[in-house]
Design a protein. Structure first.
Length: 575
């Protein structure tokens, strides 16, 4: 595996990089020494950096930034999967940008069908699902919130539909036979599926029963395998491979027949960006996997701009071309939807909450969420940035008007929030110190001496906890050169023990160093946030009255500013 352009960081190295970039110096009460030389013009990031992860017919899982003009794109290899020359290679790829993880699956040359996950900082993938007798994985989707992958494959002449939690290798949540070719997507609540002839909304656990549907294509071949939901509306796009068409319709069929909105050569896969533009991968048909030369095209369905045609050269091969692009997933750098809030804690220190950020859109095959544990904080005194402050909390040393801002990141890049509200604060006028001493008289060689002794006592934190490295519990966003993917992995609560009984879920784990609060977040059929209970060293989270269907559980250790320091996730079908 090659990571020549990926950045590995730890909390300490990231903090050091940020301090160096801001200009480290000694503490001073002089405002001019603690701030930059000029007022800071801070503004929120409004345009994301666009990138894609794609899987190819010849087994590559690659990363590439998207330019704004037609050009040659050099992609960075993340993993190369051994594939059989007669199959579609990597036919499923997805991204959990909040954890810096990539989910991919396809058809291997030695062990049938495999589904795996790989952290950006890792070199060896974790196998999630394996079927040695399966002939082909046709494709599928992934929901980062529930951590569930959904896909179809052919096994001994039958088409199997599979749901699998990527946090529980080897134990499918659901596997059933369906009577037609189909490629599914999932977003934690809604399931979409293309059977090549139409695109339909389905129950994720009963995929043969359509809830809503587009019209059928008017005539064969029925080869509309690549499809995505429009991020800006409820419309859906489908790629008709034989005709090289990008089509649009609505799931309720109210718009009538499909309408062509663009063209691209042999479109086998689609992903969408937030502005509604589509990235199209040229590849092979899922039912007739002949060798194809892969490329990417950015299509504007509104017709406002011309296609951007991209020739991709992978840095991992000496070949001038790549195999057919069989699967795509778009990743955009974070964009803030609301600024942080500045407040004070019980000790009078300032606390900068996390900003709000755009979430993922799995039905559009788009990840936008920032890395859960990585934030950088900027502090401002009377409008000038404090150059030596980067924590989520600030001890006030001078009178003035304070505000803060937050920087978040994911594999695509960084994004700035807007500035917070302003608080006018007066610094403490006096500092009291309490010391304890004792006086005693001793005799040495017949002479009396008075001895004054003092004792300093350091109170240990009660109980034990899992440690997190670094001076701050929040990992600082690294400073990297433009165009360099950012790699930070959110830690897992390794001690978490889950139990499920009926409609009750429970998890226990050790306290996490630096965490101020603990929550159990439930998504899917049930939507709840549970406040966990803490004892001396252990945290317990219990959820009852769960609703039927797929439920996703995420136990989180949170900092003061509500940034996730560590987490553990599970998914279950509640009956």
């Amino acid at each position: 595996m090659k990571h020549s352009r990926l950045v590995r960081i730890t909390a300490m190295s990231a903090l050091a990089a940020l301090v160096a970039s801001c200009g480290a110096g000694s503490e001073s009460s002089d405002t001019t020494e603690r701030t930059r030389n000029s007022m800071v013009s801070w503004s929120a990031t409004t345009e994301p950096i666009k990138s894609v992860i794609f899987g190819t017919q010849d087994g590559l899982v690659d990363f590439a930034y998207m330019p704004t003009v037609s050009s040659v794109v050099n992609s960075t290899n993340i993993y190369s999967m051994p594939t059989a020359s007669t199959t579609n290679g990597v036919s499923l790829v997805a991204v959990d940008s909040s954890r810096s993880e990539i989910v991919f699956g396809g058809n291997t040359s030695t062990s049938g069908v495999e589904l795996s996950k790989l952290g950006i900082e890792e070199s060896i993938p974790t196998s999630i699902y394996s079927n040695s007798t399966a002939a082909a994985l046709y494709g599928g989707g992934y929901d980062p919130s529930s951590r569930v992958a959904v896909f179809t494959l052919i096994d001994k002449g039958s088409i199997n539909y599979v749901l699998n939690s990527i946090d529980e290798p080897g134990a499918a949540l659901l596997e059933m036979k369906i009577p037609f070719y189909g490629i599914p997507h999932y977003d934690g609540t809604r399931g979409l599926m293309s059977n090549g002839q139409n695109i339909r909304e389905v129950s994720i656990t009963s995929p043969t029963a359509a809830v809503l549907s587009t019209p059928d294509l008017p005539a064969p071949p029925f080869d509309m395998w690549g499809f995505v939901k429009d991020p800006l509306s409820d419309a859906v796009y489908g790629a008709r491979q034989s005709a090289g068409e990008i089509l649009v319709s609505n799931l309720d069929g109210a718009a009538g027949a499909f309408t062509q909105v663009g063209k691209a050569a042999s479109p086998a896969s689609l992903a969408a960006f937030s502005d509604g533009t589509l990235v199209v991968g040229s590849g092979a048909s899922v039912t007739s996997p002949t060798p194809v030369s892969g490329s990417l095209t950015i299509v504007d369905p509104s017709g406002a701009s011309s296609n951007i045609k991209l020739t991709v050269k992978s840095m991992s091969t000496s070949s001038s071309t790549i195999g057919g692009v069989q699967s795509l997933w778009a990743v955009e750098s974070p964009i803030s939807t609301a600024p942080p809030t500045l407040s004070t804690d019980s000790d009078g220190n300032l606390v900068c909450s996390d900003a709000s950020w755009r979430g993922d859109l799995p039905l559009s095959r788009l990840s936008r969420a920032p890395i859960a544990s990585a934030r950088s904080y900027s502090w401002f005194l009377n409008g000038a940035e404090l150059s030596d402050e980067a924590s989520e909390t600030l001890v006030v040393a001078e009178d003035g008007e304070y505000s803060c801002a937050v920087v978040a990141a994911n594999i695509a890049g960084t994004g700035n929030s807007a500035m917070s509200n302003t608080l006018k604060v007066e610094a403490p006028t006096t500092t009291s110190t309490t010391s304890s001493s004792s006086t005693s008289t001793v005799e040495v060689d017949g002479s009396s001496s008075t001895v004054v002794s003092s004792t300093t006592t350091v109170a240990a934190a009660p109980g034990s906890s899992e440690s997190s490295s670094g001076a701050s519990p929040v990992v600082t966003v690294p400073v990297v050169s433009p165009g360099t993917p950012i790699a930070v992995t959110t830690p897992s609560l390794r001690s978490a023990k889950w139990t499920f009984k009926g409609r009750t879920a429970k998890v226990t784990f050790r306290k996490w160093s630096g965490a101020s609060q603990y929550r159990l977040v439930i998504t899917g059929s049930t939507k709840k946030i549970i406040r966990c209970k803490s004892s001396k060293s252990t945290v317990t989270c219990t959820a009852t009255a769960l609703k039927k269907g797929i439920n996703a559980f995420s136990a989180k250790a949170l900092s003061r500013s509500n940034v996730t320091l560590a987490l553990s996730s599970k998914s279950r079908i509640t009956k």
